[in-house]
Design a protein around this ligand. Structure first.
Ligand SMILES: *Cc1c(COP(=O)(O)O)cnc(C)c1O
Length: 491
């Protein structure tokens, strides 16, 4: 029971009752017609339950209960959600409608190609669009998530190195700001991970890179923009150094909001790049899926792409094929097709000017927050940012990323990403996205200003936050280790 129950109104208390607590003998939510089929014999009684502890409630109570539960959560549809590196932007409903069209939603992956030409054409045209967006030669839509795209990309690099008789190259460099999936993907693909530091500007440290660029070098994984929300100005030189040493360059393009229509990673000389369609290209995420993490390659790596990829045959018909030296399949069938339809709709509808508007507004919004909050919160890398800005909450003694984030919930905002990237102490990583208005950003600034004033006045009170949410401070370790996933009468 939450600590604040005493202050609840009777009505609020009533709405919190669990379904089981609402149960009254004999109440029912369904009325079944009399059976019009012959009765069947039940299995042996030893296999049957004698009682089943189900709530006895009316349909109306069930609807009210679950609707209320659904409203206890934060979502992009109800709240500003500045979760850095996640791009929790508003996604147009029109994309949902297109993904739901019967010809797409009801297509079966085992149908013969001639019956699903339209669906394969969407995949083909999306590949072309993503190749254009990234400045790369070819695209595979097969990976089902960003992390899976990374693994697939790592495997193409490994296959290419082995193909040229350099399979002994096993060193994969990863900057210290990288998303945790990067070292995990490299290790899963059989590489040894070596961390490379960032310099005082937040760019990759080129001297440290040169020291590692030897005959064992397989490649490097660089996130651009970096997880500090910065455009790594050393990227071109980094590619040159790695290529000269015989390695290949992986670009983590999970967060493309700031670069759309302005910078192509292919032009910077990356060899393979993944995109997160469920961040930049309009599939809502945060609930654990489905997603899509297409990878885009230059000519060196294209033959190794995971399959299937959509092709247009000489006859003009579309088909799905495995690339000649493919690393194989990374999932069932042809990827998360609904996610692909949303991305295709989104890009086609917005067009080139729309892409420029996204990146322009994403960068403007992040820099607006930077300028308005820089006096209150530490800015470890004092530079113009891209799609997000990383502050440190440690400026006020006693204030930290956790208690500031928890208090933000009371002000009606989802918390930013905290304690990441690891190179920033008490990191608050804030990504406003392009779809938020100035009024929303101003309200958010006002909340963070009030929290800073609270920290100055009585920092201990911050540790009590949140107090306005349905439950207050949770024991997160216990919640993860001993989750209570179902109601038990005595549990
Ligand atoms: C989100 C993210 C990933 C991983 O994407 P998933 O779809 O969650 O696997 C990788 N790198 C960066 C920089 C990200 O922000």
């Amino acid at each position: 029971m939450p600590a604040h129950d005493a202050s609840l109104t009777a009505e609020a208390h009533d709405r919190r009752r669990l379904l089981m607590e609402r149960s009254r003998p004999g109440r029912t939510g369904v009325s079944l017609p009399a059976s019009d089929v012959p009765e069947q014999k039940l299995p042996d009684p030893s296999l049957l339950r004698t009682s089943l502890d189900l709530p006895e409630v009316t349909e109306g109570e069930v609807v009210r209960y679950f609707t209320h539960l659904s409203q206890l959560n934060f979502s992009v549809d109800t709240h500003f959600y500045p979760l850095g590196s996640c791009t929790m932007k508003y996604n147009p409903r029109f994309n949902e409608a297109m993904a739901g069209l019967a010809g797409f939603a009801s297509a079966h992956p085992q149908q013969p190609e001639r019956q699903v030409q339209g669906a394969i054409e969407v995949m083909y045209r999306l590949q072309e669009l993503l190749a254009e967006v990234t400045g790369m030669e070819a695209v595979s839509l097969a990976p089902l998530a960003g992390a899976q795209g990374e693994l697939a990309g790592m495997l193409t690099i490994r296959a290419a190195l082995e193909g040229r008789g350099e399979g002994h190259r096993r060193k994969m460099l990863i900057p210290d700001t990288a998303h945790g999936t990067n070292p995990a993907s490299a290790a899963m693909a059989g590489f040894g991970v070596v961390s490379v530091p960032s310099n005082a500007d937040g760019n990759i440290d080129l001297d440290a890179l040169r020291a590692e660029a030897d005959g064992d070098l397989a490649g490097i994984m660089l996130t651009q923009p970096t997880t500090l929300g910065l455009f790594d100005r050393n990227a071109v030189e980094m590619c040159r150094i790695v290529h000269e040493a015989g390695g290949l360059v992986y670009g983590d393009g999970a967060n493309m909001n700031a670069l759309l229509g302005r910078v192509k990673l292919g032009d910077l000389d990356f060899d393979v790049v993944h995109l997160n369609l469920h961040k930049t290209f309009s599939t809502p995420h945060g609930g654990g899926g489905p997603g899509a993490g297409p990878i885009c390659t230059n000519a060196t790596l294209t033959p190794f792409l995971p399959g299937p990829v959509a092709v247009r045959r000489d006859s003009g018909a579309y088909g799905l094929e495995m690339p000649p030296k493919s690393i194989g399949r990374v999932g069932g069938f042809a990827g998360n097709f609904g996610v692909l339809v949303r991305a295709f709709t989104y890009i086609t509808l917005l067009g080139g000017q729309g892409m420029l508007d996204i990146s322009g507004n994403a960068v403007l919004n992040a820099n607006y927050l930077l300028v308005m909050l820089r006096e209150l919160y530490d800015l470890p890398f004092d530079r113009r940012v891209m799609h997000e800005v990383v502050f440190s909450a440690k400026k006020r003694p006693g204030a930290n990323a956790l208690n500031v984030s928890k208090r933000l919930l009371d002000h009606g905002f989802h918390a930013p990403t905290m304690y990441f990237p690891l190179v920033v102490a008490e990191a608050l990583m804030i990504e406003p996205t392009e779809t938020e208005s100035k009024e929303t950003l101003d309200a958010f600034i006002e909340a963070l200003t009030a929290i800073d004033a609270e920290a100055a006045r009585d920092v201990a009170s911050l540790n009590e936050a949140p107090s306005e949410t349905p439950v207050s401070r949770l024991d997160e370790a216990a919640a993860a280790r001993h989750p209570q996933l179902r109601w038990q009468r005595n549990g």
